[in-house]
Design a protein around this ligand. Structure first.
Ligand code: ZN
Length: 648
C-alpha cells in the first residue's frame, strides 16, 4: 500500500470535519452539516461520505474532494504540507521519496559523465593513435567526412583488445560496475578464454570498431553505436545494451542536432543508418535522424512529432528489402495486438499515423544507392527525392504494382493486401479516394473491391453503457447512492491512463468538449487529489518541449504519487481501438460528470426528504436539485449532439 492509501485508510473524513468544527449529522450513509468554507446559509449543504473518504459542498463552494483537499482548503496549505500533517495524524511514516528519485538521477548523471569520458577516449584513439588510422581513413576517404563533421558527431575508434577501456577507466577510479552499467563492458560467461592474465569477469564490449556516440534529444550522452571495420567481424552494427540511460526504442540518432532544423523545416526525415544521418547533415540536410538499427517504434515517431508532424521515411533502396517488408504485412498484422514494439510495416505505420495525427510519407530512393551516395553525387537530388515522397498507401500500391498486375490472381492478391490498409485510413474521403485509385490501377470495377469488413461497420465494443443509461434515466433511487466501488475513481484512472500514453489527445479532447458547449477537462472533474495532480502535470508537460510527457510527469511528480503513476502507466490500453481513443476520452469525461451529477442529485433529494421529515425548510435543496438536474440534462443534450460520441 502506498503511504497515501495508508493515510486515507486511517484518517476518517468525519473526524477530520468534526475537528474542523463542523457539526455533522448522520443521514443514511453520509453526514451533513454546515460548510466550514463559506459563511453559513440556512441550508446545511456540506456532505461527507466516510466510505469513500470524500466530501462536497453543494452550496456556494460547489466543490469537493478527499481528505487531502479538505486539509489543503481548510489550512491553506499545499499538497505536500497537507500530506505531512495527515501522515503525522495517522501515525504513518512517510517514505522519504525524493532521495530515491534523487539517487537515481545522480546515478544516471554519473553514467552520462562516464559516457562523455568514453567519447573522449574513443576519439583519442581515432585521431591520435596509429591503430586508429584505418578507421580514420575509412571515414575520410571512403565516406568523405570532413574533420569538422567527425568532430561535430564525436566519432571515435574502439581499439582492438579485450581490456583497453576496462584498464583505462579502472585506473581513473571507475568500478567495473560503473563500466558495466554504462554498457561499456560485457560480462564474461564461464569457460571463455581471457586475453589478460588476471581473469577479469568483464571485457570491453566494443573492440576494433568505429564508435558513434548516441545522445538523447536534449543532447545528453546515452550510449554508443559501433560499426565494424573488418568485414569479417559480426555483427556489422553493435549498440550499447539497454541501460538506465539507453533505451533503443526511445532514442533517435542525430535528434539532438536535428531538432531545430526539423522544426525550422517543419519536416523530419528518417533514414536507416548513422553514417547516412552524418553524410546528410554534412551536405546541409540537417532535419535527418535514424532509428538504432531496429524497427521504428511509435515512441520514436512520437518523439519526432514534438518537432514536426510531417515525417518522411527514406527507405532502404533495396527493392527486395521493401518487398520483404510488404510480405511481412500479414504476419505483422496478426501480431500487432500483442507486441508492444510495432514493426516497420505499412499497416503499423498507418496506425501510428492515425494515432499521432502525423503525416507520414515514404520517399523512394533510386535502386542501389544509399543516401550518402546520393548526396555525394548530387546534393540537390536529395531534396527532389524527399519532395516526391508519397503517402504510405500510395507507396505500398506502387511497390506491389511495380511488376505489373495482369492476371486476375495477381489482382486479387494485391487487392487482398491493399484493402485492409485502405480500411485503416482515418477519413472516409481518403478511403474512397484510394479505393477508386486501386480500382483504376488494377483496371477493375470499384464495386468488386468491397472488402470483407466495410470500414463503416467495424465491430465496436459495447458494454460501457451503464452510466450512459444513468444519464438518460436520472431518476433517483431511494437513499444516497455513493457506490463503494467508486466509479468516479475508476473512470478518472482510465482517463488518465489514456492521457499519459497519448497526451496529444488532451487539446483535442478540450476542443471536442468545447464544440459540444461543455467546459474543458479540469481538475474539478477528478474527485481525488492524486488524480488532479497528474492531470495538472500532463497539462504542464504540454507547455514545454524538453521532455516527453510521461518523463516530464514522472520527474515532476510528488514521489508519493509514484505508485499511482506506475499503476496508470502500466495499464493495458486496447490498441486495436487506439484510433477510437479520442471518442473514448470524450465518453469518459461525459460519464464521469454524469456520475458526479447523478450522485449529487440523489444525495440532495435524500437530504431534502430528511429535512422534510424533520419539518425543516426544503427550498434550498429544491433549488439545488433543480440546478443539478438542469446541468445533467444539458450534459445529456451535449452528449447526444456530439458526433464524437456517436462515432465511437
Ligand atoms: Zn461551502
Amino acid at each position: 500500500m502506498s503511504s497515501i492509501d495508508d493515510i486515507k485508510s486511517r484518517v476518517d473524513i468525519v473526524d477530520l470535519a468534526t475537528e474542523a468544527g463542523v457539526k455533522l449529522r448522520r443521514s443514511g450513509r453520509s453526514y451533513t452539516g454546515f460548510c466550514p468554507f463559506h459563511s453559513n446559509t440556512r441550508t446545511p449543504a456540506f456532505v461527507v461520505w466516510p466510505e469513500t473518504g470524500t466530501w462536497r459542498c453543494f452550496g456556494e463552494c460547489n466543490e469537493g474532494g478527499d481528505i487531502f483537499k479538505f486539509v489543503m482548503k481548510r489550512e491553506g496549505v499545499d499538497f505536500k504540507e497537507a500530506l505531512r500533517r495527515l501522515a503525522d495524524k495517522a501515525g504513518v511514516q512517510l517514505e522519504e521519496f525524493t532521495p530515491r528519485q534523487q539517487e537515481q538521477r545522480e546515478a544516471n548523471d554519473h553514467l552520462r559523465a562516464l559516457l562523455e569520458e568514453a567519447l573522449t577516449f574513443y576519439r583519442g584513439h581515432l585521431l591520435g593513435t596509429p591503430a586508429g588510422k584505418p578507421a580514420l581513413h575509412y571515414l575520410v576517404e571512403k565516406r568523405k567526412l570532413t574533420s569538422q563533421t567527425i568532430e561535430t558527431f564525436g566519432l571515435g575508434y574502439a581499439p582492438q583488445g579485450w581490456d583497453n577501456a576496462l584498464k583505462h577507466f579502472t585506473a581513473k577510479g571507475y568500478s567495473t560496475k560503473d563500466l558495466s552499467d554504462a554498457g561499456l563492458l560485457t560480462e564474461r560467461t564461464s569457460g571463455e578464454a581471457s586475453g589478460s592474465s588476471h581473469q577479469s569477469a568483464y571485457y570491453d564490449r566494443f573492440r576494433h570498431r568505429i564508435m558513434f556516440p548516441i545522445r538523447d534529444a536534449e543532447g545528453r550522452m546515452t550510449g554508443f553505436g559501433a560499426r565494424i571495420l573488418d568485414p569479417d567481424d559480426i555483427p556489422k552494427f553493435l549498440n550499447s545494451p539497454e541501460t538506465p540511460v539507453f533505451t533503443k526504442g526511445h532514442l533517435l540518432y542525430g535528434l539532438d542536432r536535428a531538432r531545430k532544423p526539423v522544426r525550422a523545416a517543419d519536416q523530419a526525415v528518417i533514414v536507416e543508418g548513422y553514417l547516412d544521418v552524418i553524410a546528410l547533415h554534412q551536405a546541409g540536410y540537417e532535419n535527418v535522424v535514424s532509428p538504432m538499427g531496429t524497427a521504428l517504434t511509435e515512441e520514436q515517431l512520437r518523439l519526432l512529432k514534438r518537432f514536426s508532424r510531417r515525417i518522411v521515411l527514406a527507405l532502404d533502396p533495396d527493392a527486395a528489402g521493401q518487398k520483404a517488408i510488404l510480405r511481412g504485412l500479414d504476419a505483422a498484422r496478426a501480431s500487432l495486438d500483442r507486441e508492444e514494439e510495432l514493426r516497420f510495416d505499412a499497416h503499423g505505420l498507418l496506425r501510428h499515423e492515425a494515432r499521432l495525427q502525423a503525416d507520414l510519407r515514404v520517399a523512394r530512393l533510386p535502386d542501389g544507392l544509399d543516401p550518402d551516395e546520393i548526396v555525394q553525387q548530387e546534393p540537390e537530388e536529395w531534396a527532389r527525392l524527399i519532395a516526391a515522397a508519397k503517402p504510405i498507401v500510395e507507396h505500398v500500391m506502387d511497390t506491389l504494382l511495380a511488376d505489373g498486375a495482369d492476371s486476375p490472381k495477381v489482382k486479387a492478391d494485391i487487392a487482398r493486401q491493399m484493402l485492409p490498409l485502405i480500411d485503416d485510413l482515418a477519413t472516409p474521403v481518403e478511403r474512397d479516394s484510394y479505393r477508386q485509385m486501386l480500382a483504376r490501377r488494377l483496371k477493375v470495377d470499384e464495386r468488386s473491391l468491397v472488402s470483407g469488413q466495410p470500414s463503416g461497420a467495424r465491430p465496436v465494443r459495447r458494454g460501457r453503457g451503464r452510466v450512459q443509461e444513468s444519464v438518460a434515466t436520472a431518476g433517483p433511487p431511494p437513499g444516497p447512492v455513493v457506490a463503494v466501488s467508486n466509479p468516479a475513481r475508476r473512470i478518472g484512472a482510465a482517463l488518465l491512463a489514456i492521457l499519459l500514453k497519448y497526451p496529444e489527445l488532451l487539446p483535442k479532447l478540450d476542443r471536442t468538449l468545447q464544440e459540444s458547449s461543455l467546459s474543458a477537462l479540469t481538475a474539478a472533474d477528478f474527485e481525488y487529489t492524486d488524480h488532479q495532480a497528474i492531470l495538472q502535470l500532463v497539462r504542464r508537460a504540454q507547455e514545454q518541449d524538453a521532455a516527453e510527457t510521461p518523463h516530464y510527469v514522472l520527474e515532476n511528480l510528488d514521489g508519493q504519487f509514484r505508485e499511482l503513476y506506475e499503476e496508470l502507466a502500466s495499464q493495458k490500453l486496447d490498441t486495436t481501438q487506439a484510433d477510437k481513443l479520442q471518442a473514448e476520452l470524450f465518453r469518459q469525461v461525459v460519464q464521469v460528470r454524469a456520475v458526479a451529477l447523478t450522485e449529487s442529485i440523489n444525495q440532495l433529494r435524500f437530504m431534502q426528504e430528511d429535512a422534510q421529515q424533520r419539518g425543516e425548510s426544503v427550498t434550498g435543496y429544491q433549488d439545488l436539485v433543480l440546478e443539478h438536474v438542469r446541468s445533467l440534462n444539458y450534459l445529456d443534450q451535449a452528449r447526444k449532439k456530439s458526433s464524437a460520441y456517436r462515432k465511437g
